[in-house]
Write a protein that binds this ligand. Structure first.
Ligand code: ADP
Length: 392
């Protein structure tokens, strides 16, 4: 059965078509600059990457081009062969703790939760509506990024603010990257060969979040009401003293939009280093002795270590720590700094094993008190799996 996994942004559309249940990727790609000029798309098929320019006024046009490409490349004979489409969706509020088949109520709920994810939910709805128009017979599902974190208890998800902020405005911790945390925590349990595990999953990419997962269920996570909480990130500040916000607004006359922009797009590694939000550039800066890059990296690592240590205590120990996403899968030096910083817990790195990028590997030494793994994440596959389950 052919299942399409879709991630729609406001001007982009990423896709991956699977043969399920074999979990074989048939074709993948991305449409970019939708609704803007100079739009184009790239397709990966049979190990080859093709880039084409195309007029992409909206997401519907992107899906229509996708159908033509699938037919021209003989991946499908007709549109009906795509039986289901899974949509990556960010905010499912308190209601959605699992993937669901999309109907009018789900769309209305996504609209209701849009103020909590103003960049993501409206884009996902655009993608869903366009897919419904083009793939008329296909089952459509919403895979919520927040769903995996729905198992947190109120001690962890509540903020110590007036209670009615929660009841009136939905102010609580929802967490993000749930599909990725779920994927790697399922995989680590397979590797460990049991379900009764205590695992800390570190999704460290451009955005970053850490989760505490007990017996496959999330009990705590570092992101909050929004993705700008928890650890320091590429360009987001993560946890800071919240009174900095009114203080800087008063000092500078910035509007809420402007300060939100500074905290999301001009902070983190970028804000401190002044060089870049990309770990690779920070690593290059460190090699040339750039002191701001050294400071940015040390701050970045310290915050990740603190979260891991906090969750270690919260769970009463840990069986494994998993590193995933762009930095977690690829940055040998960041992983080394993090694991070395956990020495007080008896956690030890195997430097040779850690010398790897983008592949599953045990990177802790034999005498480490906690096993540390690199596990590449695969959110698209998780979406396809969930969607396949719902076709049954
Ligand atoms: P996103 O959060 O946007 O999905 P990714 O998970 O793809 O991001 O992570 C992207 C980040 O991964 C880059 O910004 C960069 O910091 C980091 N990264 C990618 N490759 C490497 C590498 N070889 N070494 C260090 N960092 C890397």
């Amino acid at each position: 059965m052919k299942i399409l996994s879709v991630n729609a942004g406001s001007s982009s559309l990423k896709f991956q078509l699977y043969e399920m249940p074999e979990e074989q990727v048939l074709i993948s790609g991305v449409f970019e600059r939708i609704g803007i000029d100079n739009s184009f798309y790239t397709i990966k098929l049979n190990g080859e990457k093709i880039k084409k320019e195309a007029d992409l006024p909206d997401h519907k046009k992107a899906f229509e081009i996708l159908v033509n490409e699938l037919i021209d490349n003989k991946v499908i004979a007709s549109c009906d062969e795509v039986k289901a489409i899974g949509h990556r969706t960010v905010q499912g509020g308190e209601k959605y703790d699992h993937t669901v088949v999309i109907d009018e109520d789900v769309i209305n709920d996504m609209i209701k939760y849009s103020p909590l994810a103003p960049l993501h939910n409206p884009a996902a709805i655009t993608g869903i509506k366009a897919a419904q128009e083009v793939f008329k017979g296909a089952l459509q599902t919403a895979v919520f990024d927040t769903a995996f974190h729905a198992t947190m208890d109120e001690v962890n998800y509540m903020y110590p603010v007036p209670y009615e902020w929660y009841t009136k405005y939905g102010v609580r911790k929802y967490g993000m990257h749930g599909t990725s945390h779920r994927f790697v925590s399922m995989r680590i349990n397979q590797i460990l060969g049991r379900e009764d595990t205590k695992v800390i999953t570190c999704h460290i990419g451009n955005g970053a979040s850490i989760s505490a997962v007990v017996n496959g269920k999330c009990i705590d996570t570092s992101m909050g009401l929004t993705p700008n909480a928890g650890v320091m990130m590429g360009s987001r500040c993560g946890d800071i003293d919240c009174s900095i916000v009114p203080y800087i607004m008063e000092q500078t006359g910035m509007t809420t939009k402007e300060i939100d922009n500074e905290l999301n797009k001009k902070s983190g590694l970028l804000g401190i280093s002044g060089v870049s939000s990309d770990s690779r550039d920070i690593e290059d800066g460190i090699k040339t002795g750039n002191e701001k890059c050294i400071l940015a990296q040390d701050m970045y690592v310290r915050r990740i270590i603190n979260y891991i240590a906090m969750y270690y205590v919260e769970m009463g120990g840990a069986d494994a720590i998993v590193f995933t996403a762009g930095v977690g899968e690829n940055s040998i030096s960041t992983r080394k700094q993090i694991v070395d910083g956990l020495a007080a817990l008896g956690i030890k790195l195997d430097d040779e094993a850690n010398n790897c990028r983008g592949k599953e590997n045990l990177i802790s030494s034999e005498d480490s008190s906690v096993k540390c793994y690199v596990i590449p994440t695969d959110e698209e596959l998780m979406i396809a799996r969930d969607t396949y389950e719902l076709t049954k």
